[in-house]
Write a protein that binds this ligand. Structure first.
Ligand code: IYR
Length: 225
């Protein structure tokens, strides 16, 4: 076994407590305005913005630092059309037969259905893939660990970056999503994890009231001091 090598961590960002609180609340303010949207404008979003947001997601912590993710950013209209057709076929099966009554009841307040026009309207779709195998460097073929956790964290950071840039997102999971692997030309060892729809909100966008219900800090946390 090789010995681990270390480097000193210098200049790690730190702030006086007052400034720390202001900064933490600033992030809260930014994230509090995030809403999942389902009506997108077709307005162009520069590739450079998407690149920066994906790079931000790529800074996420991951099991053994294997970074077990791959992001396919799609603005190509033909590919978006293919994805819409395949996703709507899966959604039809879901809404018509697969979904339990309990699940349909949980979805009722969102008003979702089989139609997914945003898959063509939105300027970008980002298909997130989880890699079963890989390694710390490109081209490695080791087992990856905590893949779901790692890719989930990276996806959260992607959504945070996109929202911070002033873009709307929809976290979309047509199930099963295997068609994404074929359309995006990704290998069998990768599992489609989620499809993030990205763009400006349509000017007449509405959000379900259900989505505005947020649990309070007191409900989502416990402090033991
Ligand atoms: N994938 C379907 C159903 C759906 C499921 C959940 I859980 C949601 O939070 C929203 C929708 C669809 O996109 O319509």
């Amino acid at each position: 076994m090789n010995k681990p090598k270390y480097k000193p961590l210098t200049n790690y960002p730190q702030y006086p407590e007052q400034e720390m609180l202001v900064r933490a609340r600033g992030v809260l303010d930014v994230l509090s305005t995030r809403r999942t949207i389902r009506d997108f404008s077709d307005k162009h979003v520069p590739r450079s913005v998407i690149e920066a947001c994906i790079a931000a997601a790529g800074t996420a912590p991951s099991g053994a630092n294997h970074q077990p993710w791959h992001f396919v950013a799609i603005s190509n209209p033909k590919m978006k059309r293919k994805i819409r057709i395949a996703a709507e076929a899966e959604e039809k099966a879901f809404y018509d037969s697969k979904a339990s009554d309990e699940w349909l009841e949980a979805l009722m307040p969102l008003g979702t259905d089989t139609n997914k026009p945003f898959l063509e309207t939105a300027p970008w779709l980002i298909a997130v893939f989880a890699q079963r195998r890989g390694g710390v460097k490109a081209g490695m073929d080791m087992k990856n660990y905590y893949v779901t956790e790692s890719v989930g964290i990276a996806t959260g950071m992607l959504i945070t970056a996109l929202h911070s840039a002033g873009l709307g997102t929809l976290t979309h999971t047509p199930a099963p999503m295997n068609f994404l692997r074929d359309i995006c030309g990704r290998p069998k060892t990768e599992k489609p994890f989620v499809l993030i729809v990205v763009g400006y909100p349509d000017k007449n966008v509405q959000v379900p009231e259900h989505a505005l219900i947020k649990k309070t800090l007191g409900v989502i946390s416990t402090f033991e001091e």
